[in-house]
Design a binder for this molecule. Structure first.
Ligand code: ADP
Ligand code: MG
Ligand code: MG
Length: 249
């Protein structure tokens, strides 16, 4: 079953004077049950792609189409895309002083489902998910990401992933800044999340996170275009050789 269908996507930053395109004609198809990975050097447009799929207002689509379960995403606002089941884990999760992790996650669940969420039932779910991710229970009462280490922020993103249970998870360098143990926890969190009904699109520089995931397709992004595609063998090749072999041709 097809989830995401991107055709000849072109996009740039909305308020940039030169209107320079960051994404320069990009095609991508993701089916339910699949894990896709995007690799690419810094500045190649990976985060831009994620933000454009999510409908971040900072970015402007200048051409092409983005379909999700057959529906045109571009007419939908970000919260509507979230309600359709798209989730974006940010490269740099924001700190939200004054709002606890528990309240934030419950509010997110409520916003995404459009239904009231029972406090005690949600607390149980939260506790179970936190145990799975080896997050200390006291974190539920701490302000969202305030004073969290890089690794704790990323783990918190995976916690959100498990509790919102989207159809398409966009994970933007969810692993950067993680130590070895935290990489394992994030990786096992993604494994726990993934099933035949949903899909993941993962941006990473740390390919260790992929070792225990069964990656279906790898796309290499360079200057806003997908310049190479393949199976997981491409991950090993890039680990060995870097992106140099792509830049030459
Ligand atoms: P990646 O995630 O692959 O490192 P990004 O998508 O963040 O790359 O950025 C792609 C290119 O777009 C970079 O050259 C970056 O400087 C530029 N860019 C991204 N966001 C903005 C912005 N808000 N204003 C101006 N340029 C931007
Ligand atoms: Mg699969
Ligand atoms: Mg990025």
């Amino acid at each position: 079953k097809k989830l995401l269908e991107i055709r000849d996507l072109r996009a740039g930053v909305a308020d940039r004077q030169d209107k320079g395109e960051i994404l320069q004609g990009l095609d991508l198809e993701i089916n339910a049950g699949e894990i896709h990975v995007i690799l690419g050097p810094n500045g190649s447009g990976k985060s831009t792609l994620m933000n454009v799929i999510m409908g971040h207002p900072k970015y402007e689509v200048t051409g092409g189409s983005i379909g999700f379960e057959g529906e045109d995403l571009q007419v939908l606002k970000t919260f509507e895309r979230a309600r359709r089941g798209i989730f974006l884990s940010f490269q740099n999760p924001e700190e939200i002083p004054g709002i606890t992790v528990e309240n934030m996650l419950r509010a997110s669940r409520q916003a995404v489902t459009g239904k009231p969420v029972k406090i005690m039932k949600f607390r149980k779910e939260l506790k179970a998910a936190m145990e799975e991710l080896q997050i200390e229970p006291e974190y539920a009462g701490r302000y969202m990401n305030v004073g969290f280490s890089g690794g704790e922020k990323k783990r918190n993103e995976i916690l959100q992933l498990l509790l919102l249970n989207p159809k398409l998870a966009l994970l933007d360098e969810t692993d950067s800044g993680l130590d070895v143990d935290a990489v394992q926890i994030v990786s096992s969190g993604v494994r726990k999340f993934h099933n035949e009904e949903n899909a993941c699109l993962i941006i990473t520089h740390n390919t260790r996170i992929l070792e225990q995931l069964s990656v279906d397709r790898v796309h290499v992004l360079l200057n806003g275009r997908i310049v190479e595609e393949g199976g997981s063998e491409l991950i090993e090749k890039i680990d060995r050789e870097g992106f140099g072999f792509l830049k030459q041709d």
